[in-house]
Unconditional design. Structure first.
Length: 430
């Protein structure tokens, strides 16, 4: 597939037909194991002399088609699908950092990621240093000899201020530190590799799937980072790995291409921790990708209309949407979101948290769920749900206030979306 257009890649990249049956749709290979052609073939697969299917915990043909398609859309060289977005976040860091190491992360994170970084990784001996992304130089100041990666969200929820990808990626590359970008909220709208990121990850559960049917995650290797340039900075890729016969990953995979990062993740972390994606979920994510370009346009258009509507309401004290930013935040929006501003929109009611709860309970078409990115419209009160396990100070750092309401605007007709919001806002004031 030579096209670089996302509408075409979403339908054709990574798959043409099944070689055995000529089936056009990707089959669901619901199997645990794969027959080896010979003992030599088996030995070559386990020794990484050639790539192929061994066991579905590590790879599967349905999964492979999904990985190839998402890598093509992102402009990466290879991808690894996982059981959840949380697994993707954890693996993307654990692939580079071990006990005694640290990463530097943006404060503007999904609540589940913050908890993973601040508590679970801390318990594993990996320190996460949180810095304010409004100043890219904060990443440089937080860096020391044990810093292995930078991490951020492209369009962080709830602030919805685009992250300065190019600026922080450049700082990282001067040290030999890769920038890992969580692009969950902005697929196709932003391609972080184009701005210097080394790794991109998604919770595929959200916009990639689009229908609220499947849990999954995916990590994409940009193939654009020189892991050998600063070998002391990246010991897990440049020192012998005792878990795989002493393989030095930056060297061992060269005949296979610039895929050291993602292949190590597959044959060590995925092999050992087992966060494997189900073949059926890979199949469902492929169905979602086919309409992703159309859905992202519709999400963006509807969310922009919702932001304008909310901004005109006297009972709304603040609207959080990229179109509402001013100053440096507006400049970042223009730089990183020229293709659309995504489907998320937040707001605060002038009469506070109680009115926010009344608003949620009064909604009729919007679903009250914890997810984002469904084709249908969704709403939630983050302080009492998705970010409830954070302290008040941590909630404030991520941008969650007591009265904040988050909307994930769907692809329904905009008149119906506005009508439901309008009646719920009226009810909240009653």
């Amino acid at each position: 597939m030579t096209s670089k257009n996302p509408e075409t890649l979403a339908l054709h990249a990574g798959w043409r037909r099944d070689s055995a049956t000529n089936a056009v749709a990707v089959p669901i290979y619901q199997t645990t194991s794969f027959q080896f052609d010979s003992t030599e073939h088996a030995s070559n697969l386990f020794g990484l002399k050639e790539l192929g299917n061994i066991y579905t915990r590590i790879m599967n043909p349905t999964q492979d088609a999904f990985e190839q398609r998402i890598a093509a859309l992102e402009g990466g060289v290879a991808a690894l699908a996982l059981a959840s977005g949380q697994a993707a976040s954890a693996f993307s860091v654990q692939n580079l950092a071990r006990a005694g190491d640290n990463i530097v992360s943006s404060t503007d994170l999904y609540g589940g990621t913050w908890n993973l970084f601040a508590n679970t990784l801390k318990d594993q001996g990996i320190e996460v240093r949180f810095v304010d992304p409004t100043d890219p130089e904060a990443f440089r100041r937080a860096t020391d000899d044990k810093t292995r990666a930078y991490y951020a969200e492209t369009l962080p929820n709830p602030k919805l201020i685009p992250f300065p990808i190019a600026e922080v990626a450049a700082i990282g590359r001067s040290f030999g530190i890769p920038l890992i970008m969580d692009n969950t909220a902005a697929p196709l709208l932003v391609r972080p590799f184009d701005h210097g990121a080394a790794v991109v990850m998604y919770s595929a559960t959200k916009y990639i799937g689009g229908h609220g049917t499947s849990i999954g995650g995916v990590v994409i290797d940009g193939g654009n980072f020189d892991w050998e340039a600063h070998p002391a900075r990246q010991p897990l890729l440049n020192q012998p790995d005792p878990s795989y016969h002493g393989a030095v990953w930056s060297q061992a995979v060269k005949p296979l291409g610039p895929i050291a990062y993602i292949l190590k993740m597959r044959v060590t972390l995925l092999r050992d921790l087992g966060a494997a994606i189900a073949p059926f979920n890979s199949f469902l994510f492929l169905q979602g990708i086919e309409t992703l370009p159309l859905r992202m346009r519709a999400h963006s258009e509807n969310a922009l209309a919702v932001a304008k509507f909310l901004a005109g309401r006297k009972d709304v004290s603040r609207v959080i949407h990229p179109s509402q930013h001013i100053g440096a935040a507006a400049e970042r929006t223009a730089k990183y979101l020229p293709r659309g501003m995504g489907g998320l929109c937040g707001f605060e009611l002038a009469s506070g948290a109680d009115a926010g709860r009344k608003f949620i309970d009064a909604l009729k078409m919007f679903y009250h769920v914890a997810n984002i990115g469904d084709a249908r419209s969704l709403a939630i009160h983050p302080a009492s749900t998705t970010h409830s396990q954070l302290t008040a100070e941590e909630q404030a750092a991520t941008g969650v206030t007591p009265g904040y309401v988050r909307l994930s605007v769907g692809i329904e007709h905009i008149d119906d979306i506005i009508a439901d919001l309008s009646q719920a806002l009226d009810a909240a004031q009653g």
